[in-house]
Design a protein around this ligand. Sequence first.
Ligand code: LR7
Ligand code: MN
Length: 458
Amino acid sequence: MYECKSQTFNYRKLPTTSVIIAFYNEAMSTLLRTIHSVLEMSPSVLLKEIILVDDFSDKVYLKTQLETYISSLERVRLIRTNKREGLVRARLIGATYAIGDVLTFLDCHCECVTGWLEPLLERIAENETAIVCPVIDTIDWNTFEFYMQTGEPMIGGFDWRLTFQWHAVPEQERQRRKSRIDPIRSPTMAGGLFAVSKKYFEYLGTYDTGMEVWGGENLELSFRVWQCGGSLEIHPCSHVGHVFPKKAPYARPNFLQNTARAAEVWMDSYKEHFYNRNPPARKEKYGDISERIILRDRLHCKSFDWYLKNVFPDLHVPEDRPGWHGAIRSEGISSECLDYNAPDHNPTGAHLSLFGCHGQGGNQFFEYTENKEIRFNSVTELCAEVPERQTYIGMKHCPKDGTIIATNLVWEFRQDGTIFHPHSGFCVTSYRTPEGRGDVHMAPCQPSDKNQFWKFER
Ligand code: LR7
Ligand code: MN
């Protein structure tokens, strides 16, 4: 944005920073690209040091070869953990060595763009309780080309499985900001790239050190900073590219466990929506959270209800009425449940099909609302419909909360077990394809046809 280019900074008034980069088995090329871009794109008066934290990698080139390489670089330190710590504790180990006023965390496969650092530091100088993220640009996994995002940045949210999601800046936030280069408030952060005052980060309780390997810590910190009186922002003038790999160089089995910790500590009774959509999470042994609960009390943090109403009012909150959510099992093909595969997995477009009931929530979690919609709320809120003159069940974006619902989105779960669609006059019906696969379509309602009987189950 051209307004960003005309900004000037008085370096003497800005805090200094330590850049902390934890890595596990990263490729040499992407790791060095990150380090060099930080060194080249950061004013040297502001950059105290780069702290690399090797989280017990086993790649040979990350031993002496890496050490030799960085020994010729000024202000780059390498710390190695004694065991695999996971990204949370690896970052915190790095932070204990930091001498800068601000901690700037980066993933190990990034490229910082000219002028990336100043806006982050300036914002923290102005408001010490702000955690500030850059705009995250994409570095192509195949070509390693840098794709700079233009236009209005996206901000962070989540769905009720507690997976991170991007979405557009809401109207209310657009109105609040005075100029295109004001920081944008964001309900959540992606997790890898942000700057925070070292003092404030410590006051806030750094990270939950009970979290292992990967996942969950980004939402935990997001909820915490908002609920405990700070803010989370994206600065439109700060850009950093990030490689989104096809496949991570390590397994990630801890997402549910870490996320359960975040939900237990911060979400109050709203955590049930998460568990409903992730039945296996109820069985996760998430460990001792007593210290985090003490922290929440000590900092007099606000409720999750407050967070939803004030920070993320656009998020649709599920009703999850007892008996009206979960998997929808067919009586006709009793091993199978309604299943929604996102369009890119489904050559015939976004629609409902049948699939073996797996009890894991995911693509088989539906919610029947008081407004009589059948909602699928992973990623975004989708509502079941029957497109005109079609017999398949499509999924389309639900109307905004509080607006009128088209009759096409209305369904009736009738006493006899049928799911009736008044607009088309048809019933949801299971059948077998010529290949013998179970599928579902809309068909005239027949008395006592098992293929038209359905049951919600948890
Ligand atoms: O055990 C580990 N030890 C580590 O040191 C596992 C990982 N790591 C390092 C890893 O080498 C990397 O530098 O931690 C960093 C993050 O791991 P990635 O790059 O594999 O994670 P990601 O980019 O796929 O995932 C995003 O969500 C994570 C949730 O735990 C972290 O918050 C990541 O930092 C975060 N990345 C971003 O926010 C970049 C933008 C992605 C988006 C959207
Ligand atoms: Mn990453």
